[in-house]
Design a protein around this ligand. Structure first.
Ligand code: NAD
Ligand code: WQD
Length: 339
């Protein structure tokens, strides 16, 4: 068995896919998750993909005593920290809950790691730290202008971890800024299942395709983009998962801190996603163009060239595959892990 990697939030969307990539690369994932936005049945699905069930601890990353016990009892070589809350609107409505979970949670984890002498940390940041960028593709050096408490929480943790690494140079830290993660593992056994009405485009399109919702509301058709709809850098969740493995391998080489965009470097509009999904699924996606969503940026995509130069990582999977894999998961599991 390879090195044990603690995966906080490992029952969630990106965390579960990263457990698959870790196992494929010879690591042993150990999941810590409070199941606030996930389902423990993901562990059985992971067992079917990986061949053995990853160890799962139900608990909160803010529970210092639990973390101390885990670091004492398990030979943990590094941590990938996904645990956190991610709904922008909720963060505006309830900022303290967001700061407590995302910022305080990261601080408790970092302090427990420091005490245990575990100094390798991969952190889930977000392209949301850029806010409304001056231009695209966005390099890591772009100004950071988060526009909501969720984005601020990611920015704050990035700053705190940079300060920590400066104070204690033995730390090996990667801050990974994801663009728009979509898709699912190609087996169709794991994927994204938002609770309630999806906020994000791809899960909403999936639910229209499977008949759970009547039509997609396209949030704005008058943006200064080629077809008037919003443009984003959608990245396949398995590409992201493999990016985490590459970041771990990089961290193993030398102490330091890297900040990297994980995206494809290409933008796709809402209508391009709808059309690609229709081709991949053979379904027609009913949609209606409505007003802009408050707070939305017209268009942005990332510059992933630093990640390629640093990690040797590049997104491999295109929009068609993102749609095909999302659809396979949705079709086989219309009610998520309950299905
Ligand atoms: P997710 O909600 O599916 O996964 C997060 C997991 O963390 C869930 O399983 C949840 O139960 C768990 N969790 C939350 N708070 C916890 C706590 N205090 N203790 C233990 N477990 C806790 O979300 P995701 O899409 O997989 O996102 C993972 C990470 O990536 C998050 O930090 C998110 O902010 C970041 N991120 C996500 C996106 C995106 O669009 N999905 C984009 C950029 C960054
Ligand atoms: C994509 C495009 C919408 C839903 C969010 C967070 C960001 C990051 C990723 C975590 C936009 C349009 C959407 C719908 C639509 N998460 N849309 N109808 O807003 O780019 O990013 O998730 O870090 O922080 O803000 O993603 O999927 O919501 O929207 O027309 O029902 O689809 O307007 O142009 P977004 P999204």
């Amino acid at each position: 068995m390879g090195s044990t990697i603690l995966v906080t939030g490992g029952a969630g969307f990106i965390g579960s896919h990263t457990c698959v990539a870790l196992a494929a690369a010879g690591y042993t994932p150990l999941i810590l998750d409070n199941l606030g936005n996930s389902d423990a049945r993901v562990v059985d699905r992971l067992a079917r993909i990986i061949g053995t069930a990853p160890r799962f601890i139900e608990g909160d990353v803010r529970d210092r005593a639990l973390l101390d016990k885990l670091f004492r009892e398990q030979p943990i070589a590094g941590v990938i920290h996904f645990a956190g809350l991610k709904a922008v609107g909720d963060s505006v409505a309830d900022p303290i809950t967001y700061y407590d979970n995302n910022v305080h949670g990261s601080f408790v984890l970092a302090a427990a790691m420091q005490a245990a002498g575990v100094r390798t940390l991969i952190f889930s940041s977000s392209a949301t730290v850029y806010g409304d960028p001056d231009s695209s593709p966005i390099p890591e050096s772009a100004a950071l202008r988060p526009a909501n408490p969720y984005g601020h929480s990611k920015r704050m943790v990035e700053q705190a971890l940079a300060d920590l690494q400066h104070a204690h140079p033995a730390w090996r830290i990667a801050l990974l800024r994801y663009f728009n993660p979509v898709g699912a593992h190609e087996s169709g056994l794991i994927g994204e299942h938002p609770q309630g009405k999806p906020n994000n485009l791809m899960p909403f399109v999936c639910q229209v395709a499977v008949g759970l919702r009547d039509k997609l509301a396209v949030h704005g058709g008058d943006y200064p983009t080629p077809d008037g709809t919003g443009v984003r850098d959608y990245v396949h969740v398995m590409d992201l998962a493999e990016g985490h493995v590459a970041a771990l391998r990089h961290a193993a080489q030398q102490p330091g801190l890297v900040t990297l965009n994980l995206g494809t470097g290409q933008g796709a509009s809402v209508l391009e996603v709808v059309k690609a999904f229709e081709r991949a699924s053979g379904k027609t996606i009913a949609y209606e163009i409505g007003p802009r969503r408050p707070g939305d940026v017209p268009a942005y995509w990332g510059d992933p060239s630093l990640a390629q130069a640093t990690l040797g990582w590049r997104a491999q999977r295109g929009l068609e595959q993102m749609c095909a894999d999302s659809w396979r998961w949705q079709q086989g599991n219309p009610r998520g892990y309950e299905s």
